[in-house]
Design a protein around this ligand. Structure first.
Ligand SMILES: CC(C)(COP(=O)(O)OP(=O)(O)OC[C@H]1O[C@@H](n2cnc3c(N)ncnc32)[C@H](O)[C@@H]1OP(=O)(O)O)[C@@H](O)C(=O)NCCC(=O)NCCS
Length: 169
């Protein structure tokens, strides 16, 4: 688990604390986030109780919590990589905070944690997210068919994207 505060120009990523429950609820409960992340109560619970290998951060801008970003590290040397996922609060979307948070975390994963490859797996229909990830340098690997359960129980395709060290923009 990464227990560090990571700073960028406009955003600061700091490890999630128990007192972040209300701030996380504000991020995950908006329909623009819940449509992709699923049940808000479960998202909050998972963010507060990371699994083995997961590190979760509150994204802060101007000292205020505006989102959540996490990474899952695969440490088996044969398959070494880290996956990233994030959500920005509805009123702060579309202002470049998400891509900046990814850049800050990605830089840390490359330079401090020894990774050479990062992945991200948005829903294939999440156009805004896919554009934001392309802007940071992620490339499409391919479509993972019927990859995730959508909020109304249907299976949705996911898009596997990856980013190699040196490709971060
Ligand atoms: C996807 C997400 C992380 C991107 O972060 P961001 O800070 O919004 O990224 P950007 O500012 O670069 O905006 C990305 C795109 O979304 C658009 N956008 C984002 N929020 C918007 C909103 N509320 N209304 C209209 N457009 C919006 C931006 O205009 C931009 O579109 P473009 O690429 O066509 O120009 C963030 O929008 C988000 O959390 N969305 C909801 C949850 C989600 O989809 N999480 C990702 C799961 S994989």
């Amino acid at each position: 688990m990464i227990n560090a505060v990571l700073a960028g120009d406009r955003v600061r990523l700091r490890p999630v604390r128990a007192e972040d429950e209300a701030a996380l609820q504000a991020v995950f409960s908006d329909p623009s986030v819940a449509v992709w992340w699923g049940d808000p109560a479960r998202s909050v619970r998972d963010a507060l109780n990371p699994d083995e290998g997961e590190s979760g951060f509150v994204i802060e801008a101007g000292g205020e919590p505006i989102g959540f970003i996490q990474c899952v590290e695969e440490t088996d040397p044969t398959y070494l990589h880290a996956g990233i996922d994030l959500a920005v609060r509805a009123d702060r979307q579309g202002q470049g905070f998400g891509p900046e948070a990814i850049r800050v975390l990605a830089r840390h994963l490359f330079t401090e944690r020894g990774h050479h490859r990062l992945t991200i797996d948005p829903s294939a229909g999440n156009r805004h997210a896919i554009e934001a990830y392309r802007r940071v340098g992620f490339q499409t690997v391919g479509v993972m068919r019927r990859y995730e359960h959508g909020p109304t129980g249907e299976w949705r395709d996911g898009l596997l994207m990856d980013l190699l060290e040196g490709e971060l923009t």
